[in-house]
Design a protein around this ligand. Structure first.
Ligand code: OGA
Ligand code: NI
Length: 618
């Protein structure tokens, strides 16, 4: 049985903005929503080298009583040893899969030792973005070297040395905690089983293993005619969905990798009752206040709305669609001439999502990305040369889309009680970039099983999209997926992650996805209005007050869009656990008539069983 590792999913989704639905947490859990971004009390830090032992002990005891967590510095574990521990662990995780799988936890093992990925989904059916390695490091009688990496060769020596230090530090802390309870220094250590307690070592890895890739180029070093020349390192081996579509035209089948799990299949997950309609706003309505109210309410409640009579000439939209369609209908070689270079860090160019999602699912869509504004960011080498009018039409469209975005940002700013310019400036003013994307969803024999773009929120500030006449956009609201209605000539406005952040959560970033059609090609032309790389985005300061603390931490757009995705976090916890058979309950010395036992004693093995199966623990 082959288990898909998060590390591989990460590598294959490096160039996409999407992650498999199974990793997307509910709003109750999403870190962007649930992390407190105001002034936070810091987790206590204890300096173990402080000669005032009593004050050290007080700090450790107090942190354990109040927080249950603290950081120690000057703890006696040599920094050099920690660096070596991290180096050998990182080296192991960067080895080829076959090497890592050689210490994999056997699928049928009862114990947790080995290289692994949590398979079972949690309560809400979500998966954790992490792989791990577990192995016992102490006492020697418990160590099973089969689960210790053989590579790098120093792995063993470093971990054995670390075990001695971590044991010493644990015992020091347990001594302090025992005395904090008014007991002998040995009390807690013995309570955990004394010399029989075993330690386990866990290394965790998450997000693209791109420690080896270069950081993205700094702003302004990005020339307008970029040194990146498309087509040179183009990936001829990348299979385009358009070609897969053509070759499966006369069959009822699609490749297995496009078949979604039941939790994603549109036929199963689309709401079929009376659906609430995505709000439609007529921008030509002379009652400006009512227009503003509609835009603001839709952005607060839905994060998406359609605008009609928006000032972009219908004729221009038709021409935009015509030149885009013509490009996608050109022979492959023509399209590949503007392909995104395989090793490019940026997304510009003709492409196909490479992500092989959990269970190997792929998106039924090809795309073309290129910036259209400001002129200093435009790289014409990613603009199709054919049809010849492509450039002129897109340049004209850019001006209109910019104007419409600014109108909407003005309304949204005033809706927050701010100056009209507030959100535009928050996105970087004249430095903000407009990224054109064309989605090409060819006919799909099984539209009930496949998805175009999987569920996501846009990374942008705001997105202005025109679709062709084939429906397919779906919006997630009140726990259901609803079809968006196609309105000819309308522009669909999505609130993206950056407006959510700038508005401190007032305007919602809509979760959306697309379905595909059995017989017809669906196309769409979203333009993403994004801050430039260096722009720091966070809640607008004017919105923040004592009663309205910041919900999001400000950081540079490049960090929002790349950094978290480009760095692998690893950690090396050591768990000091009782032996399986050890009975653990309140220490008898602590129990008296006024202090009755609050927990029932259990053998550790039964405790783990109960915890895993969510049985009562007391
Ligand atoms: C996107 C997207 C929707 C559509 O490309 O981000 O959400 O209607 N597209 O194609
Ligand atoms: Ni989108």
């Amino acid at each position: 049985m082959e288990i898909e590792r998060v590390q591989d999913i990460s590598s294959s989704s490096l160039y996409t903005e999407a992650i498999p639905l199974e990793f997307i947490r509910s709003e109750k859990e999403q870190p962007a929503i649930t992390t407190f971004r105001g002034p936070v009390p810091a987790i206590p830090v204890v300096d173990l080298s402080d000669p005032d032992e009593e004050s050290v002990a007080r700090a450790v005891v107090k942190a354990s009583e109040e927080w249950g967590i603290f950081q120690v510095v000057n703890h006696g574990i040599p920094t050099e040893l920690i660096k070596r521990l991290q180096e050998v662990g990182r080296t192991f995780f960067e080895l080829p899969s076959s090497e890592k799988e050689s210490v994999a936890k056997p699928v049928d093992a009862k114990d947790i030792e080995g290289y692994g990925t949590k398979l079972q989904k949690e309560v809400e059916g979500k998966k954790a973005w992490v792989d791990h390695l577990f192995h016992r490091i102490w006492p020697p009688s418990c160590v099973n070297y089969n689960f210790w990496p053989k590579n790098p060769p120093e792995y063993r020596e470093v971990n054995e040395e670390y075990a001695l230090h971590v044991k010493k530090l644990s015992e020091t802390l347990l001594g302090i905690l025992s005395e904090g309870l008014g007991l002998r220094r040995e009390a807690l250590r013995e309570g955990l089983g004394g010399d029989l307690a075993d330690g386990q070592y866990l290394a965790t890895s998450s997000l693209p293993p791109s420690l080896k890739t270069k950081p993205p180029p700094p702003l302004n070093l990005e020339p307008s005619s970029s040194s990146i020349v498309p087509g040179i390192t183009k990936a001829m081996e990348i299979e385009r969905v358009q070609d897969i579509s053509s070759s499966s035209l006369h069959t009822e089948a699609i490749p297995l990798e496009f078949i979604r799990s039941e939790k994603e299949q549109p036929a199963i997950t689309t709401f079929r009752g009376p659906a609430p309609a995505i709000p439609v706003v007529d921008l030509s309505d002379p009652d400006e206040e009512s227009v503003a109210r509609a835009v603001v309410n839709s952005s607060e409640e839905w994060g998406i709305f359609q605008v009609v009579n928006h000032g972009i000439p219908t004729e221009l939209i038709k021409r935009l669609q015509e030149v885009g369609r013509t490009f996608f209908e050109l022979p492959s070689s023509e399209k590949e001439s503007v392909a995104k270079p395989v090793d490019a860090k940026d997304i510009e160019g003709y492409g196909t999502k490479l992500q092989k999602e959990v269970e190997g699912k792929k998106a039924w869509v090809d795309h073309l990305f290129h910036r259209i504004w400001p002129p200093s960011c435009v790289n014409y080498s990613f603009w199709p040369k054919n049809p010849p009018e492509y450039r002129e039409v897109n340049e004209e469209y850019a001006l209109h889309v910019k104007k419409l975005s600014e109108t909407l940002l003005g309304i949204l700013s005033e809706g927050l009680g701010l100056r009209r310019e507030a959100l535009r400036e928050g996105l970087g003013g004249d430095l903000a970039e407009y990224m054109m994307k064309i989605n090409y969803y060819p006919p799909c024999p099984r539209p009930d099983l496949a998805l175009g773009v999987p569920a996501h929120t846009d990374l942008s500030g705001i997105t202005l999209l025109v679709p062709n006449e084939v429906p397919g956009l779906q919006v997630f609201k009140d726990d259901h997926w609803f079809d968006a209605e196609y309105i000819p000539s309308a522009v669909i406005v999505h609130i993206g992650d950056q407006i959510l952040r700038l508005s401190n959560g007032r305007y919602k970033n809509v979760l959306h996805r697309t379905t595909v059609d059995k017989d017809r090609t669906r196309m769409s032309w979203p333009v993403f209005l994004e801050p430039h790389r260096e722009m720091i985005v966070g809640p607008l300061p004017e919105l923040i007050s004592d009663g309205n603390p910041p919900k999001y931490k400000p950081f540079a757009f490049k960090d929002y869009s790349y950094l978290d995705k480009d760095r692998t976090r690893m950690s090396w916890p050591v768990f000091l656990e009782p032996h399986r058979e050890m009975i653990v309950g309140p220490l008898p010395e602590l129990i008296s008539d006024d202090n009755p036992p609050k927990y029932k004693p259990f053998a550790f093995k039964d405790y783990s069983y109960r915890k895993l199966n969510k049985l009562p623990l007391d």
